[in-house]
Design a protein around this ligand. Structure first.
Ligand code: FES
Length: 116
């Protein structure tokens, strides 16, 4: 695919994120201290909308449903679903740990481009 404009640099404050449709994909675009990153918008556990998740420690995304944690830059799982205790372990028998898709980004002339 080709890089496509997702938003302007000024649309997302540092430390924040935004759900954006880019081409056929809906992605989350993050503005971290060292630049822009993009991931899939749904959790790989049970498809929670990650736009409602929280950013921890500047580069970890916490799912709002069962608190899986993903590295925003790589998509790797830092901690799999663990909430609520007991129930999450049951769902984990059905849904094995899976990284979040990430997409390359770049900034050109104040525009954030994502390669979806
Ligand atoms: S849906 Fe995200 S951790 Fe369960």
């Amino acid at each position: 695919m080709a890089f496509t404009k997702a938003c302007s640099e000024s649309d997302i404050a540092i430390g924040d994120k935004k759900r954006i449709k880019v081409g056929d994909q809906t992605v989350l675009v993050f503005h971290l201290e060292d630049g822009f990153y993009a991931t899939a918008a749904s959790c790989t556990h049970m498809f929670a909308p990650l736009a409602r998740g929280k950013i921890n420690d500047g580069c970890t995304l916490v799912c709002p449903f069962h608190r899986a944690e993903f590295d925003i830059k790589t998509g790797e799982v830092q901690q799999w679903a663990n909430f609520p205790p007991g129930i999450a372990q049951l769902t984990n028998m059905l849904r094995k740990q899976k990284a979040l898709a990430t997409f390359p980004t770049k900034v050109e002339d104040g525009a954030v481009l994502v390669d979806v």
